[in-house]
Design a protein around this ligand. Structure first.
Ligand code: NDP
Length: 344
């Protein structure tokens, strides 16, 4: 295990998410710093390092993993690369915070969890929404009985993919593009967190309206049945500018509504509606990625669990793949049973 100070992080991937949120979130942790970055392009690695004051730019994974200053890696490359990069990091004895979707196939994601378990390194999945104060409050309300027995959920997560991200998500099936592996997987992880339940089966229909190419979907509507009986309806898209976003959980005694809560930013509000009327429930916002990294750092110290473990990444991916299969086949698809062989 690492010590409380001077933990060096290596970024695998000179990505937008690393630049926009994660470098700052890592540096917000006491004793943690970003010391290396690896890109497939030496030029991009150097530019990213200069822009973010990172000491060591690399253009090879082996070189980054051989750097003794790196104890932890953050993997935020395109999705098909997560598997080989996480396996290599585990082999090198580095702890791993990996972006979602963990992999493109459930078996691959299971292999990643097993490899990290066997290497004795921590693996976490960067499902940020679990860290939102709004979602944590919604979970608390549900588990405290505020809405009675949860029966239905509705997720509104149809957004507009900004021009600077209109790349591999829209034209590279081999990189795990498409809205289901990008957004639906987050919704599923959030519902698993809120409900404390697991997805069992899914139906869905997808759309390729105008953005996505190469047979990829840029919109999807799906329904998932959870093992506590809840039916969840998910609406995800890259193509709509003004839909707004949120989540609703409806129980037999009340409804809890999260408005503007499917966000990367610490925003949104929680409303509870029951026989006593409607009221806003106060929340204390905090940075989602900062909190996620803090939970990961606590796990490195042996004083907690990551907000979303590797196993969470596998389970949320399995249900997203069931949605994708359901959209392709037009049938009800059972979510794969997960057998990791020893919980992380
Ligand atoms: P980007 O497209 O910004 O980066 C992905 C890869 O694209 C980089 O690793 C980089 O490769 C390559 N790349 C970046 N800029 C260029 C360029 N100018 N020319 C050619 N290639 C380039 O992706 P995102 O940051 O949006 O996503 C990365 C990962 O993070 C994905 O797995 C995604 O699903 C996940 N993600 C998670 C979020 C969350 O909230 N948890 C939010 C957003 C994304 P190289 O490293 O080789 O330079």
């Amino acid at each position: 295990m690492t010590t409380a100070t001077n933990t060096g992080w290596g970024l695998i991937g000179a990505s937008t998410i690393a630049r926009q949120y994660m470098v700052e979130a890592i540096r917000a942790q006491k004793g943690h710093d970003v010391v290396a970055v690896m890109s497939s392009s030496a030029e991009r690695a150097k530019a990213f390092a200069a822009e973010n004051k990172i000491e060591s730019p690399y253009d090879s994974l082996d070189a980054l993993l051989a750097d003794p200053a790196v104890q932890v890696v953050y993997v935020s490359t395109t999705n098909e690369l997560h598997l080989p990069q996480v396996l290599a990091a585990a082999k090198a004895g580095k702890h791993v915070l990996c972006e979602k979707p963990l992999a493109l196939r459930v078996d691959d994601a299971v292999q990643m969890v097993r490899a990290c378990n066997e290497a004795g390194v921590v693996l976490a999945t960067n499902h940020h929404l679990r860290n939102a104060a709004t979602h944590r409050k919604i979970r608390e309300l549900i588990h405290g009985g505020a809405i009675g027995r949860p029966l239905f959920a509705r997720v509104f997560h149809a957004v507009y993919l900004p021009p600077h991200l209109q790349g591999w998500r829209l034209d590279k099936p081999q990189a795990g593009g498409g809205v289901i592996l990008d957004i639906t997987v987050h919704d599923i992880d959030t519902l698993r967190f809120l409900l404390g339940a697991e997805p069992v089966e899914a139906v869905g229909i997808s759309q390729s309206a105008f953005m996505a190419k190469e047979g990829l979907e840029d919109g999807a509507m799906s329904v998932i049945r959870f093992d506590n009986g809840v039916l969840a309806q998910l609406h995800d898209a890259f193509t709509v500018k003004h839909a707004g976003h949120g989540i609703e959980i409806h129980g037999d005694a009340g409804s809890v509504i999260g408005r503007n809560v499917m966000s990367q930013r610490a925003v949104g509000e929680v409303v509870l509606r029951d026989d006593a009327g409607e009221r806003t429930i106060p929340v204390e916002h905090e940075g989602l990625y900062e909190r996620g990294v803090a939970r990961f750092c606590a796990a490195l110290q042996g004083t907690g669990e990551p907000a979303a473990t590797g196993e969470d990444g596998v389970r949320s991916l399995a249900a997203a793949i069931a949605v994708a299969d359901a959209c392709r086949s037009g049938s009800v698809v059972r979510v794969s049973q997960i057998n990791i062989g020893g919980i992380q």
